[in-house]
Design a protein around this ligand. Structure first.
Ligand code: IPM
Ligand code: MN
Length: 370
């Protein structure tokens, strides 16, 4: 298969982790005889520094022509600390989501057996967790009218029926292929926009009689997600609740450095880790590349390359099993860097049978850990 992939590394740890995902995709292309071409483009604070614009025209055009976008991270503390800055790195990411109408963001939350003890939650609480969060990504409070002055500020949350319907159908269909449970998370006791979500989703549920729908208020959902995450199958929610709940859910998995996502529109698709730029860790080699690598696996799955994606996932599983992981997860070795994790998974893709559990043949690029 030929795939033209736009690579937007962005800011902070974005370039380091994205480089590992590209490394892995190149190994897959080689192993399975695909032709993947990669076109890099600027976004976020690094784009502002070079062009004054967080989403330059050239980036939009490269993404528009691509089959898929692989996104790193954006953000820089110098903007976080300056609430009045009018040009902000986040406009790059939000602009991409809006320009390409990437309305469905899918965030899997899976408690890996090998990482159960890394979570700050109790093993018996999280074991077996397997949730798919469907977060609406192109509307809501993120994109409503904003006003800002010294004395008053506001953000408007607007949802149109059609915006709820299109993601709701995708979420119901996803539930049909899983445990057939859909939880709508809203705040319908307070917000009018949530009341529209609840009535539209309840209406659509009639078309999916094999899926059990239940509705939870977001404050309650935040608690249930920690107390009993196994009760959830597919969670459907609006933009901001999905942002917050998915980051909360990363506690179940053990590190936010593990959570991947796919953002789907009618014509364009983007794959991105859910974590941000983590500026403090930039270029230290400590950023976990697995979220980015798993986002690449989601990219492969999107194009029906299931064997390829499962080889990537096997490589990730093996790296976790052997503790070939960055310091956010590692307690065994203290010298495994971002790029070594990428090298290990690349090596696994090239020689899936050679890598074994006895620590006798674990290649890390040119070096070997014994
Ligand atoms: C995410 C991020 C973004 C969001 C930020 C960087 C704008 O937190 O993808 O979850 O809020 O959507
Ligand atoms: Mn977020």
């Amino acid at each position: 298969m030929k795939l033209n992939i736009a690579v937007l590394p962005g800011d902070g740890i974005g370039p380091e982790v994205t480089a590992q995902a590209v490394k892995v995709l190149k190994a897959i292309a080689m192993e399975f005889n695909h032709v993947f071409t990669f076109n890099e483009a600027l976004v976020g604070a690094s784009a502002i520094d070079k062009t004054g614009n967080p989403l330059p025209e050239e980036t939009i055009s490269i993404c528009d022509k691509a089959d898929a976008i692989l996104f790193g991270a954006i953000g820089n503390t110098k903007y976080d600390d300056n609430p009045t800055a009018e040009i902000r790195p986040e406009q790059g990411l939000l602009g991409l989501r809006k320009t390409f109408d990437l309305y469905t963001n899918i965030r899997p939350v899976i408690a890996y057996e090998d990482l159960l003890n890394k979570s700050s939650l109790k093993i018996k609480q999280i074991k077996g967790t397997d949730i798919l969060i469907y977060r609406e990504l192109a509307s809501g409070i993120y994109f409503g009218e904003k006003k800002f002055s010294d004395t008053e500020a506001s953000d408007i949350c607007v949802y149109k029926r059609s915006e709820i319907e299109r993601i709701a159908h995708l979420a119901f269909k996803a539930a049909q292929g899983r445990k057939r449970k859909l939880t709508l998370v809203d705040k319908a006791n307070v917000l009018a926009s949530s009341r529209l979500w609840r009535s539209v989703v309840t209406e659509i549920a009639a078309e999916y009689p094999d899926v059990a729908l239940n509705c939870l208020f977001v404050d309650n959902a935040a608690m249930e997600l920690i107390i009993n995450p196994r009760q959830f199958d597919v969670i459907l929610t609006e933009n901001m609740f999905g942002d917050i709940l998915s980051e909360e859910a990363s506690v179940i998995v053990g590190s936010i450095g593990l959570l991947a996502s796919a953002s789907i529109g009618e014509k364009h698709v983007m794959f991105e880790p859910i974590h941000g730029a983590y500026s403090k860790a930039t270029n230290k080699g400590i950023a976990n590349p697995i979220a980015s690598i798993l986002s690449a696996a989601m990219l492969l799955e999107h194009f029906g390359l299931y064997d390829e994606a499962s080889l990537v996932r096997d490589g990730v599983d093996k790296s976790l099993k052997l503790h070939i992981t960055t310091p956010d997860l590692n307690t065994k070795y203290d010298n495994i860097s971002t790029s070594k994790v990428g090298d290990f998974i690349e090596d696994f893709i090239n020689n899936p049978d050679e890598t074994n559990l006895n620590f006798t043949n674990i290649h890390l690029g040119q070096s070997t850990i014994i």
